[in-house]
Design a protein around this ligand. Sequence first.
Ligand code: ZN
Length: 231
Amino acid sequence: MTDDPRDTVATSARIMAATGAGDLIWGHVSVRDPEGRGVWLKQASYGLEEITPERVHLVASGGEVLTGGGQRHSEFPIHTEVMAARPDVGGVVHVHSRYAVALAAAGAELLPMSHEANYFAEHGVPRFTETADLILTRELGRSVAAALGDAQALFLVNHGIVTVGPDLETATVAAVILDRACQQQLTTLGYGGTPSWSDPVESRAKREHIYSDEAQHQVWDYLARNLPPLN
Ligand SMILES: [Zn+2]
């Protein structure tokens, strides 16, 4: 473990790539700056799997790069505005997870057909439909934050997902689990039959029993231990 936000951002980015969320050079993750200057954000122009601590920079709420070089992701307002709206959030993931994008684009409801979707039992996964275009302005970032509300994940319909957590470790695990939930649902429906899923009471119980903070950090550790080496 390390206290340097750059290390956490790099590990998160590589975990997202290793778990199938990579989309060429797109998708980004961030940690709130402990000193309140902005967010430590993955640099643009690299794939998630290529992120080292040197490819992470500090971005202020207006978009200025304060520390570190490289190109800044144009969608930085997702990170800065969600963190402004949610003081409880310490880490933000925005990726284009394929199954999650597909489910939201289909207009399908996310259903707890296996363990995974129960992770989101408390607040569900709301949908942002104002635009499927990039989140380029602070105003749009605030709209994304409003759509997220108190939830831990948001579908940006026809675009991607946003997940948050008290730290980036938790936000990362949420993003991994959301895509697995969507993939599981598609697989289940492919069998036809008579699909079943947990009711809300069971769903909340499963959330509590399976996805404790300790378990989520153990999942992060597991994923970090098993990362492929950097090229
Ligand atoms: Zn995007």
